[in-house]
Design a protein around this ligand. Structure first.
Ligand code: SF4
Length: 334
């Protein structure tokens, strides 16, 4: 594909399209090596961008149905899988040695063993220097899956697995999948024992699990001290989260004060901690160094009041959707 002035020309068939300035800027922002899909009705969509969307999206579907998931239940149950041939074709078009690829869904293991083919293709094609796979980890309760995973995983690989609480009552109430605590905790143990990947535990803080986070930190220290890190995450208020907001919403101020002892405990035990999705003014100044700018650029919102904030450049902002719940509470740092 070649972009000259406001005309994009496609190879090998030499079709060309006139672009608006916005469309041209969008295509440039995707970066060299981005993969685009041209549908028969003339629609162009980005399947993979190097600079701002380096994600391999496997499926909408999931075998859990988390009460605070930012996707809605119908998408989880009846959504679509990206066809395996499309995924493989996409991987073929990706350049080698990209900085990073995230593999996500839904639950990527919904496509079962075919995910190992994807991992092998990425590994053999030397597509990236580092990878993140987001999975609910239930599948790793199966030893055969752990073995296959260890055989196919590329180097410098991180698996992010959510643990919602310190016991089955809390975890399964949040995942809405009976037996998932048992599977995820066994999955974590099995996966760590393969020594084939780094593992991070992700905890989305909500009204149900916030009172039990210290207990959860103790469990992590006792059983999973070999993990790479713990990521405490503020909720994204869309999909299930918005439908269940009465049950799950907790202000970020309250969430931070409830997880602070757990953060201290984990750090004292040499486990790295990061805070995802928390704007700086909701976090005690002493913990700003663990706040990550974790929200994808196109989803970031700031309140009008943020214009007065001297930390706006450092702050990662709020999720579009969650901003409605936080707008009145932001406290510009002056
Ligand atoms: S006032 Fe706005 S920019 Fe400043 S820390 Fe809070 S959310 Fe971030």
């Amino acid at each position: 594909m070649l972009i000259e002035e406001n005309v994009v020309s496609l190879f090998p068939d030499n079709r060309s399209f006139q672009l608006t300035d916005n469309e041209k800027n969008y295509l440039y922002a995707l970066g060299e090596g981005a993969c685009l899909e041209f549908s028969s009705n003339g629609r162009i969509s980005c399947s993979f961008g190097i600079t701002n969307d380096n994600t391999l999206y496997i499926t909408d579907k999931c075998n859990s149905n988390c009460i605070m998931c930012p996707m809605a239940e119908p998408a989880r149950r009846f959504g679509h899988n990206t066809p395996i041939e499309t995924l493989k074709e996409l991987i073929r078009y990706m350049p080698q040695n990209m900085e990073h690829i995230t593999i996500t869904g839904g639950e990527p293991f919904i496509i079962k063993e075919r995910l190992f083919d994807i991992l092998c293709e990425l590994k053999q094609g030397k597509k990236a220097y580092s990878y993140l796979l987001l999975s609910n980890g239930r599948v790793f309760a199966n030893h055969d899956y752990c073995k296959l995973f260890a055989e196919s995983v590329p180097a410098d690989f991180l698996v992010g697995i959510p643990l919602h609480g310190p016991n089955a009552t809390i975890h399964d109430a949040i995942s809405q999948a009976p037996g998932s605590f048992y599977q995820t905790t066994n999955g974590l143990t099995n996966l760590l024992s393969t020594k084939s990947t780094s593992v991070e535990i992700r905890v989305v803080i909500n009204k149900i699990n916030a009172p039990y986070i210290t207990e959860l930190a103790k469990l992590i220290i006792d059983k999973y001290s070999k993990i790479d890190s713990v990521k405490f995450m503020g909720m994204e208020m869309l999909g299930n989260a918005i439908v269940n907001s009465e049950k799950v919403w907790i202000s970020y101020d309250t969430a931070f004060s409830m997880i602070k002892p757990a953060i201290d405990m984990l750090i004292e035990n040499c486990i790295d901690v990061a805070l995802y999705n928390f704007p700086l003014c909701f976090v005690n100044h002493a913990y700003w160094h663990i706040c990550a700018n974790s929200i994808t650029k196109h989803k970031i919102k700031y309140a009008d009041k943020c214009a007065q904030c001297r930390e706006k450049k450092t702050c990662g902002g709020m999720f579009t959707g969650t901003d409605k719940f936080l707008m009145d509470q932001v406290k510009p740092i002056i």
